[in-house]
Design a protein around this ligand. Structure first.
Ligand code: GSH
Length: 230
C-alpha cells in the first residue's frame, strides 16, 4: 500500500487530525489545509472531517477506532461528535485565537464572545465525560481523537498558561491526557515540532520574528521572502 500524501502547514491544528498557491488550489479550491491525495484509490479530499471519515471507512477495517453498522446509535453518535468538533470546536477556537492574538484591533466584546463559547463547549464535553473515559461506548474512537489537536493549543486560542487550560474542566483534562500520553500522539507532536523548527516558524504559524500578521500578508502579496533574519 502506498502512503497517502497530506498537504499541511505545521503549526496549524486541523491538518494534524489526519499552502495557498497553485498547484495546491487545484487540489482544494478553498485553499485551506489539510488536503489529501490517496495514491491507492486516486481520491483527493479536503475538509478534515471528510478526510477522517474517508480514512476510517477505507482503512479501519478492524473497526479499531469506530463501531460496526449494527451499533446504530453508537456509530451515528461518533458522526455527531465529529460534526460538533468540525462546526463548533474548530471554528470557535480558530476565531478565538484570531481575535485574541492576531487581529490588529482588540475588541473586548468579540474576544469575550469567542472565549465564552469555547468554554461553554468545554463545559459540554466535561459534563458528557463525567464518569466516562470516552465520548461514545467503551473505547477510544476517531470522535475522541478529533478533539485533541485544538484542545492541545487552547492556551494559544485563549490567553492563559498552558498548564491551566483545563482547570475548570477536570474530565476534559483526564480525557485529553489519556490520548496525548499515547505513542501515536507523541509521534505527531514530535513531527510537528521538527517541521516548525525546520521552517523556523513561531507558534502563530508565521516565521519567527514577524511583527504582525498584516506585515506577513503584505510580504506574501509582494512576493518577498517572508523569513525574518534574527
Ligand atoms: N473546516 C476546515 C478548516 C480548514 C482551515 O481553515 N484551515 C486553515 C488552518 S486551520 C488554513 O488552511 N489556513 C490557511 C493556512 O494555514 O495557510 C477543516 O477542518 O479542514
Amino acid at each position: 500500500m502506498k502512503p497517502i500524501r497530506v498537504w499541511l502547514t505545521p503549526t496549524i491544528p486541523n491538518p494534524w487530525k489526519v499552502v495557498l498557491r497553485p498547484p495546491f488550489i487545484n487540489l482544494n479550491p478553498n485553499a485551506s489545509v489539510p488536503a489529501i491525495e490517496d495514491p491507492n484509490t486516486g481520491v483527493v479530499l479536503w475538509e478534515s472531517g471528510a478526510i477522517v471519515t474517508y480514512i476510517i471507512e477505507r482503512y479501519d477495517k478492524d473497526l479499531k477506532l469506530t463501531y460496526p453498522d449494527d451499533r446504530v446509535q453508537d456509530k451515528h453518535a461518533l458522526n455527531q461528535w465529529l460534526h460538533f468538533q468540525m462546526s463548533l470546536q474548530g471554528p470557535f477556537y480558530h476565531q478565538a485565537g484570531w481575535f485574541n492574538f492576531l487581529h490588529p484591533e482588540k475588541i473586548a466584546s468579540v474576544q469575550e464572545r469567542f472565549n465564552n463559547e469555547c468554554k461553554r463547549q468545554l463545559g459540554v464535553l466535561n459534563g458528557v465525560l463525567e464518569g466516562k473515559e470516552w465520548l461514545v461506548g467503551e473505547k477510544m474512537t476517531y470522535a475522541d481523537l478529533s478533539f485533541v489537536p485544538w484542545n492541545d493549543i487552547l492556551h494559544q486560542c485563549i490567553p492563559m498558561a498552558a498548564e491551566d487550560r483545563f482547570k475548570e474542566f477536570p474530565n476534559v483534562q483526564a480525557w485529553h491526557e489519556r490520548m496525548t500520553s499515547r505513542d501515536s500522539w507523541k509521534m505527531i507532536a514530535d513531527a510537528r515540532k521538527k517541521a516548525m523548527e525546520e521552517q523556523d516558524l513561531a507558534w502563530t504559524g508565521m516565521p519567527k520574528g514577524m511583527p504582525t500578521y498584516q506585515e506577513y500578508l503584505d510580504k506574501i502579496a509582494k512576493g518577498e521572502d517572508t523569513r525574518v533574519s534574527t
